[in-house]
Design a protein around this ligand. Sequence first.
Ligand code: ATP
Ligand code: MG
Length: 412
Amino acid sequence: MIDLLPSQAERWQKVEALARNHFRRAGLGEIRTPLIEHTELFSRGIGETTDVVGKEMYSFIDRGDRSCTLRPEGTASVVRSVIQNGLLSQGPQRLWYMGPMFRYERPQAGRQRQFHQIGAEFFGLSSEISDAEIISIAWDFLNDLGLQELTLEINSLGTTEDRKKYRENLVAWLENFSEQLDDQSLKQLKQNPLRILDSKKAHIQELLNGAPMIGEVLCQRSQDRFLNIQSILNSLGIPFTINQKLVRGLDYYCHTAFEITSKQLGAQATVCGGGRYDGLVEQLGGPATPSIGWAIGLERLLILLSEDYFKKEVPEVYIVNKGCKAQIEALKLARDLRKSNFLVDIDYSGSAFSKQFKRANRSNASWAVVIGDQELLQKEVRLKSLKGETIDPGEHFVKISDLNQIIERLRS
Ligand code: ATP
Ligand code: MG
């Protein structure tokens, strides 16, 4: 788990602000759920046979003897919340969330034990347009960040019937090659065979190139739905490739599955993962509700963003001052200017003006405001432009009490 220091936090804020902006314009509402839930929510909502539930959860028994878990992802909590708060009877819900998630994994680049996700979920929308819209929100946000070399991969998992048929075909085929499967895949073959398609082992992936694919068994309705989504994405000018190995092992996932990956990320290539989960709300005790969502890993996004994306914010005003009285005036003025939205730094050194001016220049501020003995005597401040290119360079004396004129000068 890592600390975010100011230089990093500034970057995070910029990315978070852009995400909020995209969600606001798309009419999504924010939902904030607790970091701790009953363990059972995740074992039912994510599934006992997944890595997340099987070996990655931070669980503990609380003082009331209940098994609790630090949330490893956002969807289950959001589903619990919309059921518990009766939101599903109020028409379709378009929601987003952002915050820390916890998984006991081996830490490495792009993989932490506390990490952060930005996510979006739609409830009560079943049309292909809603699939395309929620994908487009992720795509547009990532592109707006200036990320290049992103690949959108999509697949269809069809209906429950389609997957049942596919599971049988896949298991029958894999059983011919059981001597080539590793321990993990052999276990999955019994518990959750679709997850073998997700194996990170190269020899398994090679073997799977000959395996039956889900596209071969999709019923007409599922095929039409998938084709329609492809045609909408084409109309929107969003490029995609079909990856038939992109699956989710759990029964409530259906139809659309998608991922956005970046080659620049190496082994941890997935920035965004999502899909349709029409069966989950019902599975967690709510009314049957078509649902679709995605989650973006923020740490991986931050790795991808170039240095130029984050130009450090520089102060607009640097207050040069000397003496106890001047320091108080400097702080008063800083507060007034900050109220008017200026970024203001105060020099704390009490050193010679020449040294303070050097620092003012180094801070890249546009203006130095000088408060010294002479100025105090005259009840004035001296405004000195630090940028040669201003129309009206040079020095100005303004009454310290005339805040409006000070602001007017600084804005010129
Ligand atoms: P992976 O295959 O990389 O483990 P996942 O399938 O476990 O991913 P999801 O549960 O779909 O991931 O989570 C969505 C996104 O959250 C991922 O695409 C990734 O960007 C991010 N993410 C998941 N686990 C971590 C982690 N431990 N550290 C940092 N980011 C993570
Ligand atoms: Mg994982």
